[in-house]
Design a protein around this ligand. Structure first.
Ligand code: AMP
Length: 250
């Protein structure tokens, strides 16, 4: 497995003629990320994974500094997963003029996450477009866990006319249905019990899902909403903000 730690190293590697599948991540990898890498391997002979905690998708009051990081552990997992190349750029490789957004997300970014994290999707499309530019994949895999993000990236690719297919990967969950997330590391045992109620409430939504989430121990519910034939939610326990979504009959 090759590791490129800078843009210069990435560009020095001979550009492969092989069809390339790309999985962008922020690291602290878990089985959800590895499932994306495994899906990538079925789609293309060459798999590239990036690890970059993107400052422009965090607001100043959010968890950029404390976001979990485990580069050496991540590299071992990716090697075992059969990934061909890992790109771990530095800040200056993605933001040579300093971290700021240079692209605006389109209509899919309206509402839901944007109502609570207005900076978020402009940061996502900025970093993803720069990674696409540097890696030039044929396809890229995004998890349905971040469903709105996947839709926003699809819209960006369409709007820019990029020759990149966006493939959606199903959500990987623990034995209790909790969607795996790097931020689950913030949860203590009692909070984990509450967190595991989120998927059950979305699976069989009661009349008032927000009320049910609060009763289950969530401290604040940002939204429960239906869009794209899904029911999507974001809710807080302690310093963890959990998101999840499921296919919805309505
Ligand atoms: P992140 O490192 O959180 O930015 O996630 C990188 C990619 O992995 C995104 O496309 C996420 O949607 C995806 N992902 C994260 N957690 C899961 C999960 N539990 N199941 C499926 N995909 C996931």
């Amino acid at each position: 497995m090759a590791v490129a730690r800078t843009k210069a190293e990435l560009l020095r590697l001979k550009r492969s003629e092989e069809r390339t599948a790309f999985v962008p991540t922020m690291g602290a990898l878990h089985e959800g990320h590895l499932a994306l890498a495994a899906l990538a391997k079925t789609k293309a002979p060459r798999v590239v994974v990036s690890i970059f905690v993107n400052p422009t998708q965090f607001a100043p009051n959010e968890d950029f500094e404390s976001y979990p990081r485990d580069l050496e552990g991540d590299l071992k997992k990716l090697e075992a997963a059969g990934v061909d190349l890992v790109y771990t750029p530095g800040l200056e490789d993605i933001y040579p003029a300093g971290p700021c957004v240079s692209l605006k997300a389109g209509k899919e970014a309206t509402g839901l996450e944007s109502d609570f994290r207005p900076h978020f999707f402009d940061g996502v499309v900025t970093v993803v477009s720069r990674l696409f530019e540097q890696i030039r994949p044929d396809l890229a895999i995004f998890g349905e866990k971040d469903y709105q993000q996947m839709m926003v990236v699809r819209e960006m690719v369409r709007n820019l006319g990029l020759p990149i297919e966006i493939v959606a990967a199903p959500i990987v969950r623990d034995d209790y249905g909790l969607a795996l997330s790097s931020r689950n590391a913030y949860l203590n045992d009692a909070q984990l019990i509450t967190a595991r109620c989120l998927n059950k409430i979305l699976l069989v939504p009661p009349e008032n899902p927000e009320q049910a989430l609060l009763a289950a121990g969530f401290e604040k519910v940002d939204y429960v909403a239906r869009r794209w034939g899904r029911i999507l939610a974001a809710a807080w326990i302690g310093k963890a903000r959990l998101i999840d979504n499921m296919q919805s009959g309505r």
